[in-house]
Design a protein around this ligand. Structure first.
Ligand SMILES: Cc1ncc(C[n+]2csc(CCOP(=O)(O)OP(=O)(O)O)c2C)c(N)n1
Ligand SMILES: [Mg+2]
Length: 574
């Protein structure tokens, strides 16, 4: 048996291989050169060098979302780590497994406020699921193993690991057995699944059988393609209406006869009424946080008016906000695989209501026959996208009113087709698209973005060009932070402030990066521009000028202002 001595950087990379890592996103720093040097000799790991750490963290987070395995990001100390924090926050709120490695100052300089020194446990203590610092090279295997397990267990989340620079260049005292270093066929860690017990399953079936107006809401993480298929089969067999939580439409096929729509921002009023009138809500995988709960108005707190069955992987998150009539600590994967064992009623009383719910969804999400102010009509644009793009296209977006068109009218077709932050973090779409395309080079990846949203991490277009990632960016430019303008008109009508934007020529910007660019001003220009973008074989940006008045599919800025003024007039004391 050959033996070999390794330094910290080399051992860390060996441990990544052992845990099945094949992608790393980074911005380099002198604080972790030893890790980069070890990656130099590790062709099994594809390293994507990015332009800003927020983008690299979001790319890693996106891969965590798509694979259920921790996405890996590496950044330098101080400013690198704080830049990356946006991605950490997304991973936390979205329950996504991810690990952020941070180069750290030398051990002997701690607590002098050395160059770029940060106390990571203090700074990320509440933002991440777990934070640690590896002080001794010999402990790398132990702490990296723990990081992978914590990131994926229970409610998944981000782990931050600080790596003191001098630890990374220190050599292991004991030679490391080389066959222990060989990447194993199966990686060290496995996500701990939890399944419902027989008694709980029985209670679940009984609860359903007693209901008159049940509805299921799917959400959270820890899903798989198979788990989604099992839930779809269950829904068919029981003829149950199924909704998806905010930005989780990929958990259920929009074309399925049981699909009732998404419980997000700008919810279909008919679905909202259905949820309020339901006598049983089955919350499967999600937490029903602020946005899906419609600012915590959907269910009573702590005691919901509807009977609540809540299935969630982490027992600590059950009964956290809403007391459940039946709380089941099981992962969506563990729960879904048991559903086929339950016998559906011969003729469920809710069967007809399910059909109506789906018809309501279809009517709500139909893009044809709609019109909005201006020359660019979003109805035909969405119709064309639905007709043109493959069903398994991965749709990515950040935050802004532009995303409403996507969420409402695109028909998400299944698991792994959606990357969108429930934390509403602007700028996520482009890095997420880069992360997705690095993982699945043969799949279509589209980033939907706004003029404000794009510029948060637009520099990652350079990363897309550098790695030849033929993603398509559809940028809806209304010359403003439209979402905030919308809230401004509602709450402070006709007092526009700090929401207007003077934008660059995004098409020229795309060319400057070496990407393909198109300017789209009229509806009829969209289809040929998209065709040329797809044919270019390059990252492509469609700069779409949308009328500022088209602030949502249902409202114009003028209508919001008029409502805001009327409301304000009513509030003024006589
Ligand atoms: C990082 C971050 N900063 C600020 C906000 C607040 N915010 C939410 S949407 C939005 C405006 C988005 O503008 P744009 O991308 O142009 O989309 P639009 O609403 O105009 O369609 C802002 C500033 C946020 N959600 N995230
Ligand atoms: Mg805008």
């Amino acid at each position: 048996m050959k033996s070999k001595t390794l330094n910290g950087g080399q051992l860390l990379v060996q441990e990544l291989l052992t845990h099945g890592v094949n992608h790393v996103f980074c911005v380099p720093g002198e604080s972790y050169l030893a890790v980069l040097d070890a990656l130099h000799d590790t062709p099994q790991i594809a390293v994507t060098v990015c332009r800003q750490e927020g983008g690299s963290a979001m790319m890693a987070e996106a891969q965590g979302k798509l694979t259920g395995r921790p996405g890996i990001c590496m950044v330098t100390r101080g400013p690198g780590a704080t830049n990356a924090s946006a991605g950490i926050h997304i991973a936390m709120q979205d329950s996504t497994p991810m690990i952020l490695f941070v180069g750290q100052i030398e051990r002997g300089m701690r607590e002098r406020e050395a160059f770029q020194e940060v106390d990571y446990r203090a700074v990320f203590g509440k933002l991440a699921k777990w934070v640690t610092e590896i002080d001794a090279v010999a402990r790398i295997p132990e702490l990296v193993s723990r990081a992978f397990h914590i990131a994926t267990s229970g409610r998944p989340g981000p782990v931050v690991i600080a790596l003191p620079e001098d630890m990374l260049t220190e050599w292991l005292e004991q030679p490391y057995a080389s066959d222990a270093l060989a990447p194993r066929a199966t990686s060290h860690y496995r996500t701990v699944e939890s399944s419902p017990g027989r008694v709980q399953l029985q209670e679940f079936a009984e609860g359903l059988a007693q209901a008159q107006r049940p509805i299921v809401i799917l959400g959270g993480s820890r899903w798989s393609e198979q788990a989604c298929a099992q839930v779809a089969q269950f829904a068919s067999a029981w003829q149950l209406p199924v909704a998806c939580s905010f930005r989780r439409q990929m958990l259920f096929d929009g074309a399925h006869a049981c699909y009732a729509g998404d419980v997000g921002l700008g919810i279909n009023p008919k679905l909202l009424a259905r949820l309020k009138e339901a006598d049983l809500i089955v919350l499967l995988g999600g937490r029903l946080s602020e946005v899906p709960s419609q600012s915590y108005t959907l269910l009573g707190i702590p005691v919901p008016q509807q009977t609540l069955i809540h299935v969630f992987a982490d027992p600590d998150a059950l009964n956290h906000v809403y007391q459940a009539d039946l709380a089941i600590a099981a992962s969506p994967i563990g729960f879904a695989q048991e559903l086929a064992s339950l016998t559906p009623p011969a003729a469920p009383v809710w069967a007809e209501a399910t059909q109506v719910a789906h018809a309501d969804y279809l009517a709500w999400s139909e893009p044809s026959g709609r019109s909005n102010p201006g020359d660019l009509q979003m109805g035909p644009v969405m119709q064309h996208l639905i007709a043109t793009l493959p069903k398994d296209t991965i749709l990515c977006n950040g935050a802004g009113n532009f995303s409403i068109w996507l969420h409402r009218f695109w028909r998400y077709a299944g698991y792994g087709t959606q990357l969108a932050p429930t934390s509403g973090s602007m700028g996520y779409g482009l890095p997420a698209a880069v992360g997705a395309k690095r993982l699945y080079p043969d799949r279509a990846v589209v980033c939907f973005t706004g003029d404000g949203d794009f510029m948060m991490h637009g520099q990652e277009l350079a990363t897309a060009v550098q790695y030849d990632l033929a993603i398509v960016i559809i940028l809806l430019d209304n010359g403003m932070y439209g979402t905030i303008r919308m809230h401004q008109e509602r709450n402070y009508p006709a007092r526009v402030f700090a929401t207007e934007l003077k934008n660059p020529d995004f098409c020229a910007l795309a060319f400057a990066y070496g990407a393909h660019g198109e300017r789209v001003e009229r509806s009829e220009e969209f289809a040929p521009a998209l065709a040329r973008a797809l044919q270019s074989g390059k990252p492509a940006l469609l700069h779409c000028l949308i009328d500022p008045q088209a602030i949502t599919p249902a409202a114009t800025l003028d209508s919001l202002r008029a409502q805001g003024l009327a409301a304000a007039a009513n509030k003024v004391p006589a």
